[in-house]
Ligand binder design. Structure first.
Ligand code: BGC
Length: 740
């Protein structure tokens, strides 16, 4: 449709019809043919049945046949036959589930993440969907927050690269093209800064920190044309994001140039009353509209209040027109006026979803996301040895994460299934050992997840399970222990004060350790965990996160050496919970803590180190890499005159491997203090044994820019340090100066 036609359509719409376009409801309200089903929800929401048939979009329902039916019925009744938008959380895969986003961050390969997004888009599109609420690009520093699994980590630069790649993967160049969906960056803004890691909690950041660290990843998605942005639940410096005019109008729209559809998070406009910012629903509607929020997710705050607010002269209809126009434009960009069903196709659904090609990509991505945290010679597994797999994840299918709501655990390959394809069954045994969680562990609010809640074995059964596992461990040369968090212990509303492996599994670990010292832990986790005991006792630790549909195959690939681990931590693993929030790109203090200097009045803990257990960028390989000292092509960077920083990377080990060579820079003295180190570039290098390669980074003036004390962005003259290494604690340093 041409813009003039959209304008004419808007001009012909009634005020209520426009307000209803700005309302988003759950798809389940529409999924029955009997229209009577609407009466219940309609009365609860305080809007009439006719408003249901004018809601501009729905969320949370998929399936080509069903969505085509809903679209048909809807368009027949909608006064202008405007098509409806179908949205859903397709986060790390639709049916073929890829590793969770934090794990994708560990690949340090945004292009791969882009490919996963494009496969997810294809499976979503044939299932009838038009929009995915993804990617979540919130910067995360606090492992207690359950949603760190949805982010790509603690680094603004890395997050920005992933944001860009994922948006491009979902949308392509033109979202009306076949198999593309509109992407939605979330949650604007700084949702990851929740105080004490408690979900939905207050966010208090200086404007400098907000702009310098938290905003760049949203901007990266906006710069490549993301179609939608979602508000966050939290307040930002005292004002809820969803009614925060400064954040939405001044920063998001004016400064960042976002001209797409802004949607609230689930009932977030209504929640501004509970926050103590809006007096009632009408006030919330007014404030959110003035902030420029176009769609009210899952409440009728807009639909029930906007008309009256206009009639009473409280808000101008022009604001409503602006929002509705953006919604119509999005429908138009997706080509829905010409083809309201877009790619929905029940036949294609059968062939495209979980096809071999998609599964192969899921296996590759999972393999590349694993981080080898420790290895004292036990990995890859010597296949002539007697192996016992012991742990609740040995034959568990719940490995796709709690935020893969469209995925099915039944499609997953377990470790045991995959291992049986390659291990000698005469020498290999498989034991659950214990439940995932103890019977006394209460997962509050998850009762309706049926099968997912811990299965209750009697005390007698648990004792037998443990004894059988320990006996097998005693007999074996090597024990592989797939253990970790229950998949419902991470994700939304799953903040944890104790970030550990459940006690019942630690008990199993300790019992096994008493009879066999050769333990390899295969760790499942949605967040960095406190691994002090595991990393001290186990001889090898392979972090596999929540690896997705092909997790079992990918894990066996890594255990057997078919795939050499190359993942790097996108988030620091704290020494213990008392250290969080901990991140590598922190500031120095006036009382630094140099190694080996005995001194009382330093910025330090008296009981634990300052350093995390495993730093950002860390991850081992089955081979050894040597990185030469940094050589600079000059020691002065000037405007238009970059300097090259070069190292030679050598595979000094016995097998092929991939190293992520990382470039960090520090601006030593500046008008505002700068982080002790910041990632500015990286290159993934794959080398055969004995092979070496020069890796070169160009350091130019734009790389040195930051938000200065006067509020402008630019670089400042002076001394800089540069490091090139294999993780953020590298000491491979050189020095240069920048002169204008
Ligand atoms: C989450 C969002 C999600 C939305 C819709 C909310 O609870 O915070 O990330 O997109 O629900 O499912």
């Amino acid at each position: 449709m041409k813009t003039e036609d959209l304008k004419a359509l808007l001009a012909d719409m009634s005020l209520q019809e426009k307000a209803d376009q700005m309302m988003q409801l759950m798809g389940i309200f529409y999924s029955d043919d009997t229209e009577g089903i609407l009466t219940g929800p309609a009365s609860q929401l305080g809007v009439g049945e006719e408003d249901f048939w004018m809601a501009g979009s729905i969320l949370g329902t998929y399936g080509a046949k069903q969505l085509m039916e809903i679209q048909k019925r809807y368009m027949e009744r909608q006064p202008h036959h405007i098509p409806m938008l179908f949205m859903m959380d397709v986060i790390h895969g639709m049916k073929t589930i890829f590793p969770m986003p934090l794990a994708q961050g560990a690949t340090f390969e945004p292009e791969l993440s882009g490919k996963c997004a494009s496969v997810a888009a294809k499976e979503a599109a044939v299932s009838g969907l038009h929009v995915t609420f993804s990617p979540m690009v919130d910067l995360v520093r606090d492992a207690r927050w359950g949603r760190v699994m949805e982010s790509t980590g603690e680094d603004p630069y890395l997050n920005g690269l992933f944001a860009k790649a994922q948006v491009e993967g979902f949308q392509g160049d033109d979202m009306s093209e076949p198999y593309k969906v509109c992407s939605c960056i979330k949650h604007f803004a700084a949702y990851g800064g929740a105080q004490a890691g408690r979900d939905y909690n207050t966010v208090e950041l200086t404007e400098h920190t907000l702009r310098q660290f938290y905003l760049p990843s949203y901007k990266a998605g906006i710069d490549v044309g993301v179609g939608m942005v979602m508000t966050s639940f939290n307040t930002v410096n005292g004002i809820p994001a969803s009614t925060n005019k400064w954040l939405m109008r001044d920063i998001l729209r004016k400064e960042m140039g976002f001209d797409g559809v802004l949607i609230s998070d689930f009932s977030a406009i209504l929640e501004t009353i509970a926050h103590g910012h809006s007096a009632d629903e009408a006030d919330a509607a007014k404030k959110a509209l003035e902030a420029g929020v176009d769609i009210d997710m899952m409440t009728s705050v807009y639909a029930a209040n906007l008309c009256k607010l206009v009639e009473d002269g409280v808000v101008s209809e022009t604001l409503i027109d602006e929002g509705v126009m953006r919604i119509l434009e999005l429908k138009n960009k997706l080509g829905l006026f010409e083809n309201p069903y877009k790619d929905a196709d029940p036949e294609k659904e059968k062939t495209v979803i979980l096809c071999d090609e998609h599964r192969a990509l899921a296996r590759e991505a999972a393999g590349k996301s694993f981080v080898l945290l420790k290895n004292e010679g036990l990995l890859p597994v010597d296949m002539s040895k007697k192996v016992a797999f012991v742990g609740p994840y040995t034959n568990c299918r719940e490995i796709i994460s709690s935020w893969a709501v469209t995925g099915d655990a039944s499609s997953c390959v377990t470790i045991e299934e995959a291992a049986k394809e390659v291990f000698d069954l005469g020498r290999t045994t498989f034991h659950q050992g214990c439940q995932m969680l103890g019977n006394d562990y209460h997962l509050e609010g998850f009762g309706n997840l049926g099968e997912s809640v811990p299965k209750e074995f009697s005390e007698e059964e648990q004792k037998e399970m443990l004894e059988a596992a320990v006996a097998a461990a005693k007999e074996a040369d090597l024990v592989i222990m797939p253990i970790g968090e229950h998949f419902l212990q991470s994700g939304e509303a799953t903040s944890r004060a104790m970030i550990d492996v459940p006690e019942i599994q630690m008990n199993l670990f300790r019992e096994v350790a008493k009879v066999n010292e050769n333990i390899v832990v295969v760790l499942f986790n949605g967040r960095p965990l406190d691994l002090r005991e595991i990393s001290k006792t186990a001889k090898a630790v392979l972090d596999v996160w929540f690896p997705g549909t092909e997790g079992g195959h990918a894990i066996v690939d890594a255990l057997t050496g078919k795939v050499n681990p190359s993942g790097k931590l996108p988030m620091s693993f704290p020494y213990c919970v008392g250290q969080v929030p901990v991140h590598y790109n922190q500031y120095a203090t006036g009382r630094p803590n140099p190694e080996g200097v005995e001194e009382r009045f330093k910025s330090k803990y008296i009981d634990i180190p300052n350093e995390p257990l495993y730093p950002f960028g860390y991850g081992l390989s089955y081979t050894d890499f040597e990185i030469s000292p940094v050589s600079l092509s000059g020691d002065v960077v000037k405007d238009g005159q970059p300097v090259k920083a070069v190292v030679t990377v050598k595979n000094a080990g016995k097998v092929e491997g991939t190293q992520v060579v990382q470039l960090y820079i520090q601006d030593v003295t500046a008008s505002v203090v700068r982080p002790v180190k910041e990632l500015k570039g990286f290159e993934k290098v794959t080398l055969c044994p004995g092979e070496e390669k020069q890796v070169e980074f160009v350091i130019d003036e734009p790389m040195l820019r930051f938000l200065k004390a006067d509020g402008s962005v630019g670089s400042e003259e002076g001394k800089f340090r540069v490091w090139i290494g294999d993780n953020s604690s590298t000491k491979n340093e050189a020095v240069f100066t920048y002169e204008k």
